[in-house]
Write a protein that binds this ligand. Structure first.
Ligand code: CS2
Length: 492
């Protein structure tokens, strides 16, 4: 039996033509980018955009990746010299590309000094982040830094070994000031509203605890443009790795699978050197990102969360299966009608075409995007996806039906205990212990709904204390509790 090879630099010259490989000399690349949170999303999104710049001959944009928690990605990519396969899957087949942009992966808890050095290096011009909503250490409803959190309290002492992304950035900026490094652009690439401004607030919130002149210097010298990122990237499964091995002849545990669609809208507010993104499909540089972001969060992510909670409660494994049901498809359109009425889209964004394309993306059967994957971390996601548009409805004296159903499904998921098939629900969320208390075995629907509405980190007072909203949710959660979510999705 011969050993199955892993991706490696020697194999790049002999790849079959169907698999594209880096067209540049990897040895000649300098690392202009440091990325925090080198998970699947980064590898399918920003890394693919920087790879396009490298393939176009601009060799400043190699990436140093960092994991802030586990060493999983370092273990996958280390033996592969940073190489991995991006598999773009539509209903028809897969398009495989070996990406060479990632030079190495640093595991921050094991080697914080290496990460600080990379962030402070004069070659580094751009830092990108995909650390998920909870990585910002901000109160989800208000965006204020969580001063009470142990890791923030630790990082505010100015330690040599920070623990959080804002802590690493503040420390590295202090080092850059000391060595006169060129201005840095820090691009938050998470689905967080006003992500640039929020990250700036988190980083300066830490720095000003040590030295107020540092916070001022960061304000002057560092750019935190707002961005909107979009690409559906389901978790890679052992079956995906086996299928790639079957067609390509190598084993790549670092592979990522995604859809053809990709969008990255970046505010035109860089501080120093930047790549020429004009030739990279899907990347747009624009003066204002806000309305793009709102449209994406409320249409794509709002529908995603609603379908995920209802689907997961009903025991439906994948998003494409939820929208394949006529009742699931109808629900998406009704929810979009409500969400769309809260938007003021930019002139270039044709919402009818956007919705049509989005529906096709949800329906892509090749992606196998798990409802339970999207159901993770709802406390961090719901405010911007569903709760803000609902609050806007109530401010105008109207009560939205379908957006509220999304919140009710989440409430049932986090405090109902069991799904329609009577399986125990495993809630994955930073607030899971709080949800467990609220959803204790003797809790009534009323007490569950009221307990959740009292959480000010999720519901602003104007909604949490709104009696009409509470009654509406109680009716919806009671229905889900008694009749199940399957009934809603089967249309009976
Ligand atoms: C999803 C997003 O898991 C989730 O919460 O809604 O990751 C979604 O797939 C991306 O935002 C698409 O760009």
């Amino acid at each position: 039996m011969t050993d199955i090879p892993r991706p490696n630099p020697q194999m790049l010259g002999t790849m079959p033509a169907e698999i594209s490989v880096p067209s540049y000399d990897r040895e000649a690349v300098s690392q202009g980018v440091v990325h925090l949170g080198v998970g699947a999303f980064h590898r399918a999104h920003q890394a693919a955009a920087f790879e396009a710049c490298l393939n176009a001959g601009d060799l400043r944009w190699g990436i140093v990746g960092a994991s802030l928690r586990s060493r999983g990605v370092a273990d996958q990519l280390g033996p592969q010299d940073g190489l991995y396969t991006l598999c773009v899957q539509d209903g028809e087949g897969a398009q495989d590309q070996i990406i060479g942009a990632i030079d190495r992966v640093i595991v921050a808890p094991e080697n914080p000094a290496a990460l600080l050095d990379a962030l402070a290096s004069k070659d580094t011009h751009i830092v990108t982040l995909t650390i998920t909503e909870k990585g910002y250490m901000l109160d989800p409803a208000t965006g204020v830094l969580m001063h009470g959190h142990d890791d923030i309290a630790h990082d505010r002492t100015g330690p040599e070994k920070p623990r959080t992304a804002p802590g690493f950035l503040a420390k590295a900026l202090e080092m850059r000031r000391a060595c006169n490094a060129p201005p840095l652009t820090i691009l938050s690439c998470d689905n967080v509203p006003a992500n640039g401004a929020r990250l700036r607030a988190a980083v300066t919130g830490i720095a000003e605890g040590w030295d107020s002149t540092l916070a001022d210097w960061i304000g002057r010298e560092t750019a935190f443009p707002q961005t909107m990122v979009d690409r559906i990237v389901p978790a890679t499964t052992p079956e995906d790795i086996a299928a790639l091995q079957e067609r390509a002849g190598y084993e790549d545990p670092g592979m990522v699978k995604t859809e053809p669609f990709m969008q990255w809208v970046i505010e035109d507010a860089f501080a120093g050197e930047r790549p020429d993104f004009s030739h990279v499909p899907g990347v747009q540089i624009t003066r204002s990102v806000e309305e793009w972001e709102k449209a994406k969060l409320r249409l794509l992510n709002g529908a995603h969360s609603t379908l995920a909670y209802l689907g997961a409660l009903a025991g439906i494994e994948y998003i494409h299966e939820v929208v394949a049901r006529p009742a699931g498809a109808a629900l998406v359109e009704q929810l979009w009608d409500e969400a769309q009425s809260t938007l003021s889209p930019p002139a270039e964004l044709d919402l009818a075409a956007y919705r049509k394309q989005l529906f096709e993306r949800f329906a892509n059967p090749a992606l196998q995007h798990r409802t339970k994957q999207i159901a993770v971390d709802g406390s961090q996601k719901l405010p911007q996806r569903l709760i803000e548009p609902i609050a806007e409805f109530y401010r105008k004296g109207r009560a939205p039906q379908h957006l509220t159903l999304g919140v009710a499904a989440w409430m049932q998921w986090v405090t109902g205990g069991r799904d329609d098939g009577d399986y125990t629900i495993n809630v994955d969320d930073p607030l899971a212990p709080v949800f467990e208390r609220i959803g204790h075995p003797k809790a009534t629907v009323e007490s569950r709904v009221s307990g959740l509405l009292d959480l000010r980190e999720i519901f602003p007072a104007e909604l949490g204390g709104n009696e009409n909203f509470r009654m509406h949710l109680i009716a919806l959660v009671r229905d889900l509790n008694q009749q199940g979510a399957s009934r809603l999705l089967s249309g009976n």
